[in-house]
Write a protein that binds this ligand. Structure first.
Ligand code: AMP
Length: 115
């Protein structure tokens, strides 16, 4: 795969981040530029480039990633009020970091549709 992304460096602790949840499959940390009162990114420990790669992944990897997103949202206390999970995928969706990541957004009423 191509050179390490900023999220590879965050996972390796070469760049600081504020962890909110982690397990053997995922790492969740606060977005540096929050777009909602709660804005957290969840990445799998095994790198893929984008959501588009999930179709080729081992289903157990997909399941543990998705479960990690749900667990992170629960740990953030978002279950009662609700939250949004976003996967920006590719250039039309303005994906800027080529390491698959789920955005968890919550803590206020969110608008729809997004831009
Ligand atoms: P995307 O546009 O979906 O690729 O989202 C990338 C996200 O990574 C953006 O919301 C950025 O604010 C966030 N981001 C970039 N660098 C960092 C960092 N060092 N720590 C935390 N979040 C970051």
């Amino acid at each position: 795969m191509s050179e390490p992304t900023i999220f590879d460096k965050i996972l390796a602790k070469e760049i600081p981040s504020e962890a909110v949840y982690e397990d053997e499959h995922v790492y969740a940390f606060r977005d540096i530029s929050p777009q909602a009162p709660v804005h957290v990114l969840v990445i799998p420990r095994k790198r893929m480039q984008s959501f588009a790669d999930l179709q080729h992944a081992d289903p157990s990897v997909v399941a543990s990633f998705m479960q990690g997103v749900s667990k992170a949202a629960a740990k953030l206390g978002l279950e009662e009020g609700g939250y949004r999970v976003v996967f920006n995928t590719g250039s039309d969706a303005l994906q800027t970091v080529p390491y698959i990541h789920a955005h968890i957004l919550g803590g206020r009423k969110l608008g729809w549709p997004p831009g």
